[in-house]
Design a protein around this ligand. Sequence first.
Ligand SMILES: Nc1ncnc2c1ncn2[C@@H]1O[C@H](COP(=O)(O)OP(=O)(O)OP(=O)(O)O)[C@@H](O)[C@H]1O
Length: 586
Amino acid sequence: MIKVLVVAPYQGLAEAMKLWKFEQDQLSIDIHIGNLEEGVKIARNAESQGYDVIISRGGTASLIEEAVGMPVVDIKVTGYDMLRVFTLLKGMRGKAALVGFPNISQGASTICSILDMDVKTVTIQNEEEVAGHLKVLKQEKYGVVIGDVVTVQNAEKVGLQGILITSGKEAIMEAFDEAKRMHKLFDRLHRHHSLHAQLLDTLPQALLMVDANGKIIVENKILKEVLGAKDVMELPMINQMLSRVLEDKRSQWSKVEINHTMYEVYGYLADIKERIVCFLFQKSYFNKRVEGMQVATHTSHVPISGSSSIAIQMEDNLADYAKVDSSIWLEGEPGTGKMTFARNLHFEMFGQSAPIVLMDAEYLSSQDLKILIENEHPPLLEPGTFVCNNIHKLNLDAQGLMLKLLYRLSSQFRIIAVSDHSVHSLLEQGLFSHDLYYKMAKLNMHFLPLRERMEDIQEFIQSFITEAHTKNGCETIGIRPKALEILQNYHWPGNIDQLKQVTEELILNSSGYYVEPSGAAKVISKLKQGHSTEEDSSENLHIEGDLKHMEKTIIRKVMEQEGMNQSRAAKRLGINRTTLWRKLNS
Ligand SMILES: Nc1ncnc2c1ncn2[C@@H]1O[C@H](COP(=O)(O)OP(=O)(O)OP(=O)(O)O)[C@@H](O)[C@H]1O
């Protein structure tokens, strides 16, 4: 049985429906009287009372439809209803008019012309207009007005005779049939909907779908469990990702901590036309705090400075290697730009839409590797890049474990190994596993020291000056040729990294727009003596900017004074090497 609630805007309709309801075998019908808001009040409780369909008429039906989430059938004004009322009018004296919504007025004018009757038709768009029109009709000496319940009620108030267009048997029967059809359709849709909802609940990931305004369209059971009492739209990361996905029209990756658990979130445009974004949440594989490991959400592209043949070759390699997903081994002295290249390669392949996992083997224990290997979560929702810096520092036991980890990760990650030690000598001495090397070095790239590409120094300095402009708003705009010459004559054991630090120091110490030869000579002579200029003039240490910037300045000075040796720098700073590593990479 289909449970039907009839909300009749006027008594006569209720009576007529009572008359015909017994002919309906599939319907169980309850009838209540209520016009407009009063009718909405009655309808509001219908859903909780187990009704399947509501039947009402005209303005009341429209209001109910807006207020409830269930099917509403509008009893249409039929030609028969019109005919009846116009026939009634024939026996009456005085000028007649019809005031009604378009559904009534359009049909009425057709019937008037067929019957050759002179009835003025006034079309209204909302009920507030009725009173005004009736006053005008009264002034124009009209006597009778035909219309819906609102028209008739208002007619009485201005002293006009109102005739209601009532619904006859045909309209009522049609409404009952429509209720059956609608119920059938809704039932089918409802079954489909609950099937989809069940399906979403069986997904292993938490799922959220939102529109461009951040209105939630779907959230599955797991997401509700993950969030507990939290509102997902209050997570700032979701709103940021939503804008990024809609702007870039590209999938985005991010991570978020919810109730002390780290989740990775993958967001993509599920419906381009409707601008609906879907988010998948998965417990992060890299959730456990593993020493020397970072998962970065945002990598930015560092332009490869230099115009030497080496720099050009590097650019070409970057473009070529981004097209394949083979593992790659980057080797070269410290500070030659290996990690920068690794980050650029990741950016070239994925933009900002995928995670980059940065590991430093120097701080990685066998225990850490075991934690990762035994982690039961699947590694990632999306492909990404796995970079292991200082790979040569793994002992043989850890190398075996790393190989196991890579077997697990390599289907989803681009593997990059970074080393500042010649792996060939380690392989020859039996200190490095051949299996691990071949797993990580399908491609190979050697980074030349800065002293072998001195022609790039000028460009590097210029790019560091530009960077300092953006970061610290410094005034320096260039370097005098003589000063450059002095720098080009130094052998740069710490390579690009050292050049960058020296440039920053020169910028801080220079008072004019250009780095002068005197400043350059001073720095280089100190470097040759094995000191930094800051060492004996600590008052020169320009500690400016926010706390983070000050911290970085201090760390850099200490690193420089300790010949770029991280262990010694960490010891002097009173922090452990992992913390130093994190701070250097933040
Ligand atoms: N081509 C380049 N253009 C501009 N800056 C660069 C370039 N290559 C490296 N740098 C800068 O030089 C510094 C050192 O680079 P990077 O950390 O990539 O070297 P690395 O070889 O990985 O060093 P390490 O072996 O010590 O880890 C970074 O601050 C980086 O921004």
